[in-house]
Each structure stands twice: as structure tokens, then as C-alpha cells.
Design a protein around this ligand. Sequence first.
Ligand code: FNR
Length: 394
Amino acid sequence: LDRIESDPIERRLRRAASVADLRRIARRRLPGGVFDYIDGAAEDERTLAANSGAFAATTFRPRVLRGLDAVDPTGTLLGGPVAYPLVLAPTGFTRIADPEGELAVARAAARAGLPYTLSTLSTRSIEEVRAVSAGRLWFQVYAWRDRGLVAEMVRRAADARYEALVLTVDTAVLGRRERDVRRGFSLPPAIGPGTILDGALHPAWTLAFLRSEPIRFANVVGRDVGDGASPVTLSDYINTQFDPALSWDDVDWLRSIWDGPIVLKGVQTVDDAALAAERGVDVVCLSNHGGRQLDGAPATFPLVAPVRDAVGDDVTVICDGGVRRGSDIVKAVAAGANAAMAGRAYLYALGAAGERGVDRLLGWFRDDVVRTMSLLGAGTIADLDRDLIELPGA
Ligand code: FNR
């Protein structure tokens, strides 16, 4: 009790029981522009809503009297162990939510026994993140126009024992995120009286931000977003640095410079999943970037079953987008995914309560998965199948 009284983070977390609670706390603590950058999505945000809506529209078919006395949520993903079937998604500029940024998330993921994907646009480097984590790490790349830069990062990721390369293919150009347009959100975030007075007062964030080193891209040296004197908008940056002409040949090129598994992140149709399988891609990650790219793109979860049917059992399928509870992870796996991926959930946790917030979230997710499996009558991950869910329209 003493600890709770004297510990503001504990006090904050004590009042939280769900991702929605963490989101609410993060909204209170972060500057409005930072919260909206994390929380927002493209245009009318319909795809954002559709992602979690698809989970909500799916009900369970719980089986009873199965004589289960224990539930085991552990599994294997790309030949390695996972404490439960979840991967932490890559998110850029994580240090805007908390000064520890990617280091905090990587440590929490390792403690939870889950793989963490570091973004190309991270604010801690490939090597810094490896130095704090003995856990499983994946590295995400975008198609920079300068392929030499990609090759260099891929080499560094291999040297630092990252296990898988995640090529994000849904970002030919940046989606129009209207909250960012309205806020004039830029990188590095411009700090001034406007930030401090933006929305609620958030002196703690501002102080922490001002005290920590400047926010910069840690992996793409020489392509920094400026020294803080001349912030740029994300769309200006990405639309000049990324190559919109990415093609299947580039996937083959990546294959030629990387020996480990390749995850194609941003597949949004059964047709492209089948093409990926034909090309020998190891992992299809069904994703619409959390609704941040093409508004009107389909929700990802309903794609899982048809994609699994199209690619067979040899391709690993990951369902990314809309995961807010462990029961969503269970639904994704029951529909045929090997794992789910989550982004905003851990960013809300980080913004609400730093590294301990992420620990708390990943613990809740594990408890949710175990409880849900128990209530469904499924003792192991292998027991999760389509008979346990009622897919909308099925
Ligand atoms: C992202 N996402 C993302 N994806 C990627 O491949 N590279 C990146 O740098 C980023 N950056 C990023 C920043 C922020 C603030 C968010 C919210 C998301 C997309 C991310 O990997 C994932 O696809 C979505 O977050 C999944 O949707 P949910 O879990 O947020 O609903």
C-alpha cells in the first residue's frame, strides 16, 4: 500500500484495467499532437474502426465440459518460442511517447517472451536495442530510394542477431492523416508554448522531452529529420525518401541479401498473399498499417481465413491491426493466423505509464489469452480452430 501511495506510476496503473483505460490516460498525459499522431489514422479513419470492429463482430462458440485443468498459451513462431501468439509491431519515433522509447518496449517484450519489431524509423538504433534485449528481435525496413541504405541496415540487423526482416509494402506514399495535418505535426516535434498548452497541461512530458537527447532517426544516419531548427512534415519526408516504385523484384533483391525469414507486411488481398507464397515469402503479415495508409482498405482479421486457405499451411500468417484484447489474439489464431501483431496498444501503455505500462499490458494480454482459451475449452494453441468462432458472413 505504501508503494502505491508513493509511486505515481503505480497509482496511475491501479486505475487501469484495459487498453481503453491506458489510451485515456495517455490522452491526458501526452501533448495533443503526439497523442493524435499515435491514435489517428488516414482520412475518415474507417479502416482503423473496421480493424477492431471486425474482432468485435466475431463471436465465440465456446465448448464446455472438456475436462481441461490447465491451459498452455505458448507456441512457436518462425522456429522460436513465444509466450503467447503475439508480436510487437514496428512503430516509428517511439521516443515521442516516452524518453526511453524503443528500449523500454524491447525490454518489456523480452521479459514477456514475445518478439519485438524495431522500425526503420526508430529513435534508438539497431545496436542500442540489441544491447538491452536478449530477446527475439525483428527489424522492419521500408523501400528507401537509396537501396544502399537498406543494404547497410540489413547488414547491421544481421550482425546484431535480428531474426527476421519485415518489409513494409503499404507505404508507397504516406496516407493522409488529417489529425496530423490539422495539428501541423512535424518531426522532430516542435516544442514551444503551443505544445505546452496544447490540450491538457503536460509538464511532465515536456520536461522529460526537453531533458532527453534530441529525437532523431537512429538508423538512417545522414537522413535525419533536421536539428530541431527546421522540422519537416512526415509526408514531405517519406514522399521524398521512400521509393513508390517498389515491386516483387525488390522482394527477390532483399532475399538475395538476407539469409533469414522475410515478413511481407502490408498484404491486403488474398491475391497478393498467394503471389507472396509463390515467391517464397516466409511470412505474410496482413496489415493496413493500422488504418494509417489507405482509408477504405479492408479490415485485416476477415482476411485471415481466406488467406490461410489460399496459401496452405507452409506460410506463416500474421494478423496485424485492431488488437485491443487478448481475446482478439485468440480470434486471429482460431481463424488461421499463426500470431497477431499489435502497435497502438503498447504505445498507449508507454504513453500512460512508460515501461511498466507496457509490462502491465503484456501481462494482461497473456492473462486474457489464457482465460479466453479456458472459457472456450481449448487447452493449447493447436486446439484453436475455426469451430470455436463465428466469423461474420461465414
Ligand atoms: C505504425 N506502424 C508502422 N509500421 C511500419 O511498418 N513501420 C513504422 O515505422 C510504423 N510506424 C507506426 C507508428 C505509429 C504511431 C503507429 C500507430 C503505427 C504500423 C504498425 O506497425 C501496425 O501495423 C499498426 O499499429 C497495427 O494496428 P494497431 O495495432 O495499432 O491497431
